[in-house]
Write a protein that binds this ligand. Structure first.
Ligand SMILES: [Zn+2]
Ligand SMILES: [Zn+2]
Length: 351
């Protein structure tokens, strides 16, 4: 079968590999339909392997080369002998985190922090950018009838964004600043607005600005043209926002967050920083601020996110700027997304 396989930094090959063999009793065989390229994938491509194991992974023995893709929707081709409640032809979204079920964190329901966590498409035999994948049935969730397969590929990044917003404790009537309008920032804006918050988004890239403007749900602030902290203060009676969701992984954005949040407010660090950032911790103290980190999402969040998209109509598909074929994954996917002047927000690979 055809698959996008990571061999090393700047070395992703679309190649023929063997199809998955016979199913285990609790597994399902999938035909992926749409799969997103994520920031983690970009980090692997630019400077990896980081998360992708170069020696056998403790949980499942997976190792380079790695079939990519962890944000995907699929159709069920076959179910294992013990699988109930799923059938051939079902349209599903895969919750990609794999966990041991037995460590300190798993025993406390914090499976996303499992001490030997692995992930489909990063540290697992199969991934979503391929003609087939085999995963445990426990990790697939049926899509709502009103939901497209494209939207099914956005459940994973929406879960990341929702967790960042939820951890900050956003409530109806709150004011929220979201720094960075990449896919996670854009989805966090949609989710926070849906919760009933007044949303501000700071973003410097004109293509991403345009996408936020087209959503019509947030006040856009351009840090290259305006003082974001001053604008936020002006809009909030000099007080500052209740929460900041930092989605850019950028040092200046984190500094802006500290100055733009009100006293006793909360900053949720949802974007990933790739190097240390300098902040003034005295602001944290004087302003009684909570600065919290977030990692992935609760592994049980798929049914809720699927319901939000399918039944409630969260317009997550609007963050997709391009669908591409697997053959174009390097040039139109990875290279375009890594380019600082790139005009794409979310790219999906259709198979
Ligand atoms: Zn991801
Ligand atoms: Zn565990």
């Amino acid at each position: 079968m055809k698959a996008a396989v990571f061999h090393g930094a700047k070395d992703i090959r679309v190649e023929q590999i063997a199809e998955p063999g016979d199913l285990g009793p609790g597994d399902v065989r999938l035909k992926p339909h749409y799969c997103g390229i994520c920031g983690t994938d970009l980090h692997e491509y630019a400077m990896g392997p980081i998360v992708i194991p170069s020696k056998p992974h403790a949980l499942n023995g997976s190792v380079l080369p790695q079939v990519l893709g962890h944000e995907f929707s699929a159709e069920i081709l076959e179910v294992g002998s013990q699988v109930k409640d799923l059938a051939v032809g079902d349209r599903v979204s895969v919750m990609p985190l794999l966990f041991c079920g037995n460590c300190y964190y798993c025993r406390r329901g914090l499976n996303h922090l499992c001490q030997s966590m692995a992930c489909v498409g990063l540290s697992f035999q199969w991934g979503g950018i391929a003609e087939q994948a085999v995963v445990p049935a426990t990790h697939v969730n049926k899509l709502h009838d009103n939901m497209s397969m494209r939207a099914g590929a956005l459940v994973e990044p929406t879960a990341v964004a929702a967790y960042g917003v939820d951890r900050a404790g956003v409530r109806p009537g709150d004011t929220v600043l979201i720094t960075g309008a990449g896919p996670i920032g854009a989805l966090a804006s949609i989710y926070a607005e849906h919760l009933g918050a007044q949303v501000f988004v700071s973003e410097i890239n004109p293509h991403r600005q345009k996408m936020i403007e087209s959503l019509g749900i947030a006040t856009l602030l351009d840090p290259s043209k305006t003082d974001v902290v001053e604008e936020i203060k002006a809009a909030t009676g000099g007080i500052g926002v209740d929460q900041v969701i930092e989605c850019s992984g950028n040092e200046r954005a984190l500094q802006t967050a500290l100055s733009a949040v009100r006293k006793h407010g909360t900053i949720s660090q949802t974007g990933l920083h790739t190097k240390p950032a300098a902040i003034d911790p005295m602001i944290l103290s004087e302003h009684d601020i909570s600065l919290i980190g977030t990692w992935c999402y609760p592994v049980t969040d798929w049914p809720r996110i699927i319901d939000l998209i399918g039944r409630v109509g969260l317009p997550v598909e609007k963050v997709v700027t391009k669908d591409i074929d697997i053959e174009d994954i390097v040039n139109d996917g990875f290279e375009t997304l890594l380019s600082p002047t790139g005009d794409q927000v979310k790219v999906l690979i259709k198979s």
